[in-house]
Design a protein. Structure first.
Length: 303
């Protein structure tokens, strides 16, 4: 663990992907459950669902003292418990409650500051008043629609659009690559955007029947950007190797006909860290692991 006066950052790994985060960060100084401490200021870390900025150690004499010290820093705290669960729960009970109600899609992300804390040992709290995510431990929950979407993939898109704070609007032209069975097309249609859904496999009949939605039955990789002209958003949830998706994105970037991209990078077998780094290096883009992602990352470019 770094000495008390050394600058360090804490990164909370996505559930099940601690090894990926450690490999991405390189040098780490300590690991507490899924919480990875690494020297220096915060870096881009796609496999972290939350980043704790400038965490501090608090020497605490008791449960009440821990709660008092946290309340003295700020009001809102989220607990990450990796051990000492009973003691941590007793401290949390003495802190103000933080609303964790599921969002309705379209509602903005919370704006109130939310810190994170954990117990390193019975007498030491690690606390960060400022975190990258506005959601407790980076987990976004929604009021789900269990009737209309043909699969649960729509939750990934709901989360991504909520996190970036942007989404298509009426009149925008959205291209949905790898659309079948149509969960993402259903989300995009609901924003009022015009949607072209592309997949060799058919859409769910309920999605195909949506007014104003155009379906093209062909491979996403066979689509020529020049055949469409300007596109406002390109979305891709295509199942393919990451390197192939990267080549597809390169083609569209070179064409210059689309400004906004939101793509799922799906890893099949071992994590392709090299291709992930290539996506992360694309200017004005962001690579992240959503709480609704599995062994995959979401890549976004907005300009």
């Amino acid at each position: 663990m770094p000495p008390p006066d050394a600058a360090f950052t804490a990164y909370l790994a996505a559930e099940g992907f601690l090894d990926e985060l450690v490999a991405e960060l390189g040098e780490v100084s300590a690991v507490h459950g899924r919480l990875v401490l690494a020297p220096g200021l915060a870096r881009q870390a796609a496999w972290a669902e939350n980043v704790w900025h400038a965490p501090q150690r608090l020497a605490v004499a008791s449960i009440g003292d821990a709660a008092r010290q946290l309340r003295a820093i700020q009001r809102n705290w989220a607990l990450y418990a990796h051990g000492l669960h009973r003691r941590a729960a007793l401290i949390a009970e003495k802190l103000p409650k933080v609303s964790a109600k599921p969002l309705r899609f379209g509602d903005p992300a919370p704006t109130a500051p939310l810190g994170s804390w954990t117990l390193l040992d019975p007498a030491t709290v690690l606390a960060a008043p400022r975190c990258a995510s506005a959601f407790p431990n980076g987990v976004v929950r929604f009021v789900e629609d269990r009737a209309a979407p043909p699969s649960r993939a729509y939750l990934k898109l709901w989360e991504a659009l909520t996190v970036i704070g942007e989404r298509p609007g009426p009149g925008d032209l959205c291209l949905d690559l790898g659309a079948s069975p149509g969960g993402w097309s259903w989300v995009l249609h609901g924003t009022g955007a015009r949607v072209i859904s592309v997949d060799k496999a058919p859409l769910d009949p309920r999605i195909a029947a949506l007014p104003g939605l155009e379906y093209r039955q062909l491979s996403a990789f066979a689509l020529d950007p020049a055949s469409l002209g300007p596109v406002d958003w390109l979305f891709s949830d295509v199942v393919c190797y990451p390197a192939r998706l990267y080549r597809l994105v390169e083609t569209w970037l070179a064409a210059g006909t689309c400004r906004r991209f939101l793509c799922t990078i799906k890893f099949q077998g071992a994590t392709d860290h090299e291709t992930a780094r290539r996506f992360a290096a694309i200017p004005n883009s962001r690579l992240m692991h959503l709480s609704h992602n599995k062994h995959e990352l979401t890549w976004v470019k907005l300009g």
